[in-house]
Design a protein. Structure first.
Length: 463
């Protein structure tokens, strides 16, 4: 099946599709070719409707002239809305294609004013497979009702649908953090994927699965605390995690092959589920882990990133593996740290990344037992800014030539010049002097970037 994202058309599984979307999202934040789309970032705590929350910028590019309050639905112009603070959702919010809402680590978007305020993703009148809007949550989101028609990624934060509210899903959801639904969770179409230590909790309602539920790690879990889990005709449960329900777990008229590899436990009755997968001793975080992790933090430190963590106890702990990622999805190993084997006291560990990536990056800790069993902990996010002043250009304004200032003559860099519409006019690799005499008088945008991500962005006036 083909999936279209902006100018991209790819054939992909659900997991790689989400990887690609997050990767493209990150490039949207810095890609000069998308200058025509706006980025709105909170500057302080406050209401969505208060312009001061956004530094006086109105989140309403839908209108050609300013309005008195931010619009309660996004424009669909490719805008990126970034929540870096605690924001009260005093309007029902609709994120429309192809706009993106990002809730960063430590931030929150909470509906506290009215019980009917909700969050909807995508346009229900649009064919679901072509919708490009999305929410990427590293922080916390709390609403009273939520409907997803597109892409939702919970990458370490918590999304809560409270006050007996329901979550209706008709798109793809990737859970690496926590999804808490107080009412019913209706998974009607698309892929619902729980990864790593991700978990889904359904409070007072039922979980109705009409599509694909994938729990792709041993620690991934679905916990229905009062209701039932119903796997309706044609629906599939697969992976290696656990489904626990206070009520019945009903696979309906599906064959047992529709339930593959996922452990289950119920206080009620089970229907058409492989009895060999019943496991009421190891589910949803209740099993005893070999290491009790107290914290895992990352922060910038001098010329790199400092990682610190501590354990309260260790049992048969061989070592830790430290991993890094630029998109929060694909991780690579940075180094290893020996464990204590067995311990009942607090032990502190640290690791320094001397050459971190420029911009946002993600660090993850893996714990390995003596028998090779691995426990993966949730990633942490840190932003590392390299000194961008090492690049520059002159003269500006210019009419015939521009010259690139580069403090490191040994590095390779690329220069891109685009016009107001975002169209690339020229590209040069490693040139110190660039002829701009054929450019018509106007304002242009220059991006200089080297191989390790150090960038310099500047407006250039051609006279």
């Amino acid at each position: 099946m083909y999936w279209e994202i902006g100018i991209f058309r790819v054939r992909s599984t659900a997991v790689s599709r989400l990887v690609l979307i997050v990767t493209i999202l990150m490039s949207m934040l810095s890609d000069v070719g998308r200058i025509q789309a706006a980025t709105f970032t909170t500057t302080q705590n406050g209401d969505w409707s208060d312009p001061a929350t956004w530094g006086g910028v109105y989140v309403s590019s839908f209108f050609p002239t300013p309005v008195t309050v931010p619009n309660w639905f996004t424009a669909g112009a490719g805008d990126v809305i970034i929540i870096d603070h605690d924001v009260n959702m005093d309007y029902p919010i609709f994120v429309r294609s192809p706009d993106v809402l990002i809730i960063n680590t430590g931030a929150s978007l909470v509906s506290t004013t009215h019980s009917f305020y909700n969050l909807s993703l995508g346009d229900p009148s649009t064919t679901y497979s072509s919708i490009q809007a999305g929410v990427f949550s590293f922080g916390d989101l709390s609403v009273h009702y939520m409907r997803n028609n597109t892409e939702l990624a919970i990458l370490g934060g918590r999304i809560e649908v409270n006050s007996s509210g329901d979550f209706d899903n008709l798109g793809d959801v990737y859970v690496q953090g926590a999804l808490d639904v107080d009412g019913d969770l209706n998974h009607n179409s698309g892929n619902l994927i729980v990864s790593g230590g991700g978990n889904i909790t359904v409070g007072t309602g039922d979980f109705q699965n009409r599509s694909i539920l994938e729990l792709n790690s041993n620690s991934a879990c679905v916990d229905i605390q009062q209701g039932a889990f119903n796997n309706l005709l044609g629906a599939v449960v697969l992976g290696s995690g656990t489904v626990r329900a206070f009520g019945n777990i009903d696979n309906g008229s599906n064959g047992t092959t529709n339930w593959s590899g996922v452990s289950w436990c119920t206080s009620g009755t089970s229907v058409n589920i492989p009895i060999s997968l019943e496991d009421c001793l190891n589910f949803c975080g209740t099993s005893v882990l070999p290491v009790e992790l107290l914290y895992f933090d990352a922060k910038t430190s001098g010329s790199g990133v400092q990682l610190d963590w501590a354990t309260a106890s260790e049992v048969n702990n061989s070592h830790f593996i430290i991993q890094n990622s630029v998109d929060g999805m694909q991780f690579s190993e940075l180094g290893r740290m020996m464990g204590a084997g067995n311990s009942s006291i607090q032990l502190d560990y640290s690791f320094h990344d001397d050459v971190p990536p420029h911009g946002l990056s993600y660090y993850r800790l893996l714990q390995v037992d003596y028998d090779g069993t691995t426990t993966t902990y949730d990633p942490v996010v840190v932003e590392y800014q390299r000194d961008e002043s090492t690049f520059g250009l002159y003269p500006n304004p210019a009419s015939t030539m521009i010259h690139i200032l580069n403090s490191n003559p040994d590095r390779i860099y690329m220069v891109k010049i685009v016009d107001r519409s975002g169209k690339r006019i020229l590209s040069r690799i490693g040139q110190e002097s660039i002829d701009v005499s054929e450019l018509r008088p106007d304002m242009y945008y220059v991006l200089i970037e080297d191989l390790i991500g150090v960038t310099h962005f500047e407006k250039l006036l051609i006279e």
